[in-house]
Design a protein around this ligand. Structure first.
Ligand code: SF4
Length: 82
């Protein structure tokens, strides 16, 4: 099952219990990946209640197809759209 392999279902379960700390924060999908922004976003992720599930999903699930800051790290390339 794809959901269990990628951690998608675990992430959905975590999001059903808690709101992500990045909710509504468009810096997480910014193309301007400066060191200062990265550090600021990493602090937010570190305190996020769904960090573990988010990081697992971002690591396992087609990271090449993702763009943005997920689970403490930038994933994909800026302005990468499929
Ligand atoms: S850990 Fe994931 S859900 Fe939480 S703030 Fe970071 S990117 Fe958002």
């Amino acid at each position: 099952m794809i959901g269990s392999q990628t951690g998608w279902q675990a992430l959905q379960d975590a999001l059903a219990r808690s709101s992500p700390a990045c909710e509504g924060d468009e810096r997480f999908i910014s193309d301007g990946r400066t060191p200062t922004l990265s550090a600021d976003l990493a602090v937010i992720c570190a305190a996020c209640p769904v960090l573990t599930a988010c990081r697992t999903y971002a690591t396992k699930a087609r990271p090449h197809a993702m763009a943005g800051f997920w689970g403490g790290h930038w994933r994909g390339k800026p302005s990468q759209h499929e």
